[in-house]
Write a protein that binds this ligand. Structure first.
Ligand code: SF4
Length: 209
């Protein structure tokens, strides 16, 4: 008998999407374990290692259970780096349930999947991303780290169509990062860069996960 495909998952929980353009929308998060990058500023380091094993059916069961009291339409598959694992079966099963799927990725991997919303967050120093995302990304989030400069913002801005917003997101809502984000936004405007916006981690303000 074929064995079910097993996914390593850190947590499954309900909240609102705190980041990016979908901010504020009720969402069920599936956080996959493991990441190929080890960013010093990572706010989900626990997802690098902590995991439980789930089959796709078990994930669906958990999602259905959560939706009984929190019937969100959106699922956010996040990490860690969720595209390290084969989530083809999971995304297809979620689509069969009529749900919308967001994937948050550091953009170093690409898989052809039935995803409604790719949320990209390329990471320093090189901000590498797979070229397939040029047209597919709905938004590009740049974490405002201490070394972020206008040149990196310009490079990412020029790499994506103008209609794709580039969001400057403060590192864990820290004050210094918010101040730097405002400064960089002004510099970007003066430099003629289009569709750059400030963001914030809304779930932290609301005291949610
Ligand atoms: S890519 Fe994201 S999840 Fe991975 S280490 Fe960096 S911040 Fe953390």
């Amino acid at each position: 008998m074929p064995q079910p495909h097993i996914l390593k998952i850190t947590e499954i929980f309900s909240s609102v999407q705190g980041e990016g353009l979908r901010q504020g929308e009720p969402t069920i998060f599936i956080r996959l374990s493991g990441c190929n990058l080890k960013c010093s500023f990572c706010d989900t380091k626990y997802a690098w290692e902590e995991s439980q094993q789930y089959s796709v059916d078990q994930v669906l069961e958990e999602v259905k259970k959560i939706r009984q009291s929190f019937p969100a339409q959106w699922i956010c598959i996040t990490g860690g780096e969720p595209l390290l694992q084969d989530i083809d079966g999971l995304t297809k099963a979620l689509k069969k349930e009529g749900l919308k799927i967001q994937v948050e990725t550091n953009a170093t991997f690409y898989r052809t999947l039935p995803v409604d919303w790719y949320s990209l967050s390329p990471k320093p120093d090189r901000y590498t991303f797979r070229p397939e995302y040029r047209e597919k990304a709905k938004e590009v989030k740049i974490i405002v780290t201490k070394n972020l400069d206008l040149e990196s913002i310009r490079r990412l801005r020029m790499s994506f169509p103008e209609k794709t917003p580039v969001l400057l997101q403060p590192q864990s809502n820290r004050k210094w990062s918010i101040i730097l984000g405002i400064k960089l936004l002004k510099q970007a405007l003066k430099a003629g860069l289009k569709n750059i916006r400030l963001s914030v981690q809304l779930h932290e303000i609301y005291g949610m996960r």
